[in-house]
Ligand binder design. Structure first.
Ligand SMILES: [Ca+2]
Length: 127
């Protein structure tokens, strides 16, 4: 499918933004930990295991690591390209939605206001 790559990149970007808690354009160890835990809801990681996973990612993707900010979006995209995770599965596990679906989800989950703080933030910046 010709369009799958674009959709895929968009999904990775959404995942990235969800976990870039301080919005600096990189995923530091703390943010990466949250991501790894969130996309593996059925796995109980020890601190040691998490540490090992992050060491591996930061070593393997050293060229995508910003010294202060951590793993960049390009780096995260690369980890998925390399098969480190399944974009579609992770995307669904995180209950994320692409723009078209988001409106449907908003209609469906109107009572659930807590989850969309980042969406609210975006709406405050009209373009
Ligand atoms: Ca960050």
């Amino acid at each position: 499918m010709a369009s799958s790559r674009g959709t895929r990149a968009e999904k990775v970007r959404r995942i990235f933004e969800r976990f870039d808690a301080n919005g600096d354009g990189g995923l530091n160890r703390e943010e990466m930990t949250a991501l790894v835990v969130a996309v593996n809801p059925r796995v109980k990681f020890s601190d040691e295991q998490i540490g090992a996973i992050l060491d591996e990612v930061f070593r393997t993707y050293a060229e995508f690591i910003h010294p202060d900010r951590g793993l960049t979006l390009d780096g995260l995209l690369r980890t998925y390209d390399d098969g480190a995770g399944d974009v579609d599965r992770d995307f669904d596990a995180l209950d994320l939605h692409l723009p078209g679906e988001a409106e449907v989800a908003a209609l469906r989950g109107r009572a659930d206001g807590a989850r969309s703080s980042s969406e609210g933030l975006r709406r405050r910046n009209p373009r």
